[in-house]
Design a protein around this ligand. Structure first.
Ligand code: HEC
Ligand code: HEC
Ligand code: HEC
Ligand code: HEC
Ligand code: HEC
Ligand code: HEC
Ligand code: HEC
Ligand code: HEC
Ligand code: HEC
Ligand code: HEC
Ligand code: HEC
Length: 379
């Protein structure tokens, strides 16, 4: 039997646990890599600063779980109020990884170093076996294919948004909680912590003002960009999906836009450059026509349309970008053009239908006549 150690130095514990092949009764490996441990942030601690119930040797076979809160009570308190409060895994090592090789968050070896955060959260919020067990399996794959995931994983851009940038770390809350950075009304500020100029424009626009006034039907950043599958806005996939997104709330404006040349050009199939909602309205600082600084204010239309139509003048911009051909009062010219075209179509069709019927009757008549003539001949 070993004599009790007075100091409980690391080397004492490592005299047994330093053996990489040492196993407990149930065959579980209980070896500890002393070199890795001493390189870690806790390398200067004694083993029983954490394994505090070891007082003597031989130590008890079963030890109490390590309480990190002894030294990190802030993190523990925040975690207690979060969605991760009752995880079955060790509450801290589930994100910080192997307890004996914890590094500061700015060290690339840390599980919570910005470039490593998505994989760390993605263990449980991804499509691996572990992730499927915990649910929400689409988050990691969507994120990795997004502009932020791409910037982080391909370019190593430390300032790109990782899970922690939008959700926080220890005090993560559901998006249904008004205190969460992912609660709808808080999202512009969350994205705006990096995209500051866009947030300012957004807050000056009709949508931002509506949200600030508590009108939750207006869109925030993620209604147009999504949260995890954010695309590069110049990509045609984004531009194709955005018109229906604006239109999902502005149904009347979508249908009147659909009647115009601009939309019909865009719906020929494939992607073409044409005027889409935000080309005329802007994307973030969207203002009603009654606001003199709006790009759709009557006085600004020559400039707005002129971006694409060189030589646009006051008479050109009289063209109605939301033509409603069904409304006679709003658009008399278009109404009558449409009416005329429809009448023309209907009368042309009617003429051809009658013509075809007469032609068939005539053909049948000729056939019968011919048959009876032949019959006479054979008889
Ligand atoms: C004489 C060798 C020896 C020394 C010295 C020793 N241990 Fe152990 N330790 C063991 C063995 C054997 C087990 C496996 C017990 C079992 O069979 O479950 C173990 C198990 C453990 C466990 C796992 C307990 C559990 O609940 O699963 C921890 C933690 C531990 N030791 C920490 C320490 C620390 C810290 C020190 C130094 C203060 C230390 N040990 C010193 C032999 C030793
Ligand atoms: C920063 C705190 C901390 C320090 C310091 C620490 N450990 Fe641990 N250790 C843990 C945690 C956390 C676990 C996981 C089990 C648990 O939840 O208690 C653990 C588990 C173990 C186990 C069980 C086998 C395993 O890997 O699951 C052994 C053996 C062990 N530690 C030995 C040591 C030895 C030897 C030292 C000193 C060289 C040491 N520990 C230092 C936190 C610590
Ligand atoms: C849901 C994952 C998660 C859990 C669980 C978690 N952490 Fe963290 N922790 C992080 C992330 C992410 C960071 C990096 C934060 C940053 O970059 O600002 C971090 C950073 C830290 C830091 C550095 C200081 C700071 O707050 O930035 C300490 C210390 C820390 N964690 C301790 C703990 C302790 C102790 C526990 C258990 C009570 C714990 N963590 C549980 C994800 C987690
Ligand atoms: C005996 C006190 C003590 C215990 C117990 C302890 N730590 Fe620490 N921890 C420290 C000290 C000291 C530092 C280095 C000083 C600092 O940066 O806070 C540190 C640093 C850290 C850091 C790096 C902080 C950063 O700057 O990014 C993390 C992460 C961390 N500890 C996590 C844990 C986890 C997880 C546990 C439980 C498994 C734990 N600690 C248990 C004392 C402790
Ligand atoms: C060890 C597995 C695990 C890890 C690692 C983990 N989570 Fe979770 N997370 C869960 C579980 C389980 C839940 C569900 C809790 C519940 O249903 O109440 C959850 C819930 C959430 C929720 C709220 C879900 C909802 O529907 O309300 C968010 C947001 C979240 N996690 C984000 C993160 C982020 C960000 C990280 C990394 C910093 C992370 N998680 C790391 C297991 C994990
Ligand atoms: C750019 C900001 C941003 C990033 C980066 C981000 N999220 Fe989210 N996440 C959100 C928002 C906002 C929501 C709220 C629901 C929504 O709008 O779709 C959300 C929802 C969630 C949910 C569902 C829980 C809920 O509250 O509905 C989980 C789980 C989650 N995120 C985990 C992660 C993980 C894991 C990562 C990293 C791989 C990550 N998120 C990266 C902003 C982000
Ligand atoms: C931590 C900082 C940060 C946060 C928070 C953040 N982003 Fe980003 N975002 C970036 C960086 C950095 C890039 C540039 C990536 C690149 O160019 O490779 C970027 C790129 C983008 C792009 C592509 C822009 C372009 O021109 O390529 C969009 C769209 C975007 N983010 C939307 C959002 C939305 C929406 C949110 C909130 C749900 C958000 N971001 C939160 C840092 C952030
Ligand atoms: C009503 C829908 C909508 C909302 C709300 C919205 N965006 Fe956009 N965003 C767009 C469109 C459309 C574009 C493409 C604009 C273009 O190409 O001219 C865009 C472009 C971007 C870009 C690329 C740079 C640029 O200006 O072209 C970033 C970054 C961005 N948005 C972030 C955000 C952030 C952050 C928020 C919230 C504060 C937000 N967006 C709110 C629709 C929206
Ligand atoms: C989630 C629903 C939603 C989406 C998506 C949306 N909007 Fe809006 N929009 C609103 C609401 C609600 C208002 C009215 C705000 C108010 O009452 O002050 C508004 C106001 C406007 C206005 C100002 C006119 C007015 O009636 O005050 C314009 C122009 C506009 N939106 C254009 C767009 C464009 C362009 C897009 C796409 C890039 C878009 N909207 C996407 C809900 C939406
Ligand atoms: C070619 C430029 C152009 C395009 C493309 C366009 N609009 Fe407009 N929009 C205008 C002009 C000009 C007005 C003001 C005159 C009017 O109401 O017809 C307007 C008016 C509006 C209004 C009412 C503003 C107010 O002050 O009452 C909304 C909402 C709107 N558009 C949404 C959309 C949506 C959604 C789309 C895409 C489906 C879209 N627009 C496409 C130019 C455009
Ligand atoms: C983003 C670029 C863009 C903007 C902004 C834009 N258009 Fe167009 N427009 C096009 C394209 C592309 C076509 C089809 C090619 C062509 O005929 O020039 C087109 C076609 C047209 C046509 C039918 C063809 C013609 O040239 O007579 C009219 C009328 C028209 N636009 C009016 C407007 C008016 C009015 C505005 C401002 C309210 C406007 N457009 C804003 C890109 C734009």
């Amino acid at each position: 039997m070993l004599a009790p150690f007075a100091t409980h130095a690391q080397t004492d514990c490592l005299s047994c646990h330093g053996d990489a092949t040492i196993k407990d009764d149930s065959g579980h490996n209980i070896g500890v890599d002393g070199q890795k441990f001493s390189a870690s942030i806790h390398g200067s601690l004694k083993c029983n600063d954490c394994h505090a119930d070891i007082k003597d040797y031989p130590h008890p076979e079963h030890l109490a779980p390590v309480e990190c809160s002894k030294c990190h009570s802030d993190e523990q308190d925040k975690l207690k109020g979060s969605v991760h409060a009752d995880g079955k895994e060790h509450p801290c090592t589930s994100c910080h990884g192997d307890a004996h090789s914890i590094f500061p968050k700015a060290d690339p070896r840390s599980a919570v170093y910005p470039l490593n955060v998505p994989a760390t959260c993605g263990k449980c919020h991804g499509d691996s076996g572990e992730g499927r067990k915990h649910g929400l399996s689409s988050v990691l794959p969507n994120y990795m294919d997004s502009i932020h995931g791409f910037a982080l994983s391909k370019e190593g851009l430390l300032v790109a948004a990782n899970c922690q940038s939008c959700h926080g770390s220890h005090g993560i809350l559901s998006h249904t909680n008004p205190a969460s950075p992912t609660f709808k009304a808080n999202i512009p500020k969350t994205c705006g912590s990096c995209h500051a100029k866009i947030d300012m424009d957004y807050e000056d626009g009709a949508h931002g003002k509506a949200i600030a006034a508590g009108k939750m039907k207006a869109p925030v950043c993620t209604d147009c960009h999504t949260a995890h599958a954010i695309l590069q806005p110049t990509e045609s996939a984004f531009r194709m999906q955005s018109t229906p997104i604006c239109g999902s709330c502005h149904k009347d404006k979508l249908s009147t836009y659909r009647d115009t040349f601009h939309s019909q050009l865009g719906s020929l199939g494939g992607y073409v450059e044409t005027a889409r909602c935000w080309d005329c309205h802007g994307a973030h600082k969207i203002l009603p026509a009654s606001d003199p600084s709006s790009p759709i204010a009557p006085a600004n239309l020559v400039v707005t349309c002129g971006r694409c139509h060189a030589g646009a003048n006051a008479s050109f911009v009289r063209y109605q970008p939301h033509a409603n051909a069904h409304d006679r009062k709003l658009n008399p010219a278009l109404y009558f053009v449409r009416l005329f075209m429809n009448l023309l179509l209907a009368s042309t069709l009617t003429f051809f239908v009658i013509h075809t019927i007469l032609w068939l009757v005539r053909a049948r008549y000729d056939q019968i006549k011919k048959k009876s003539a032949e019959g006479d001949h054979h008889a």
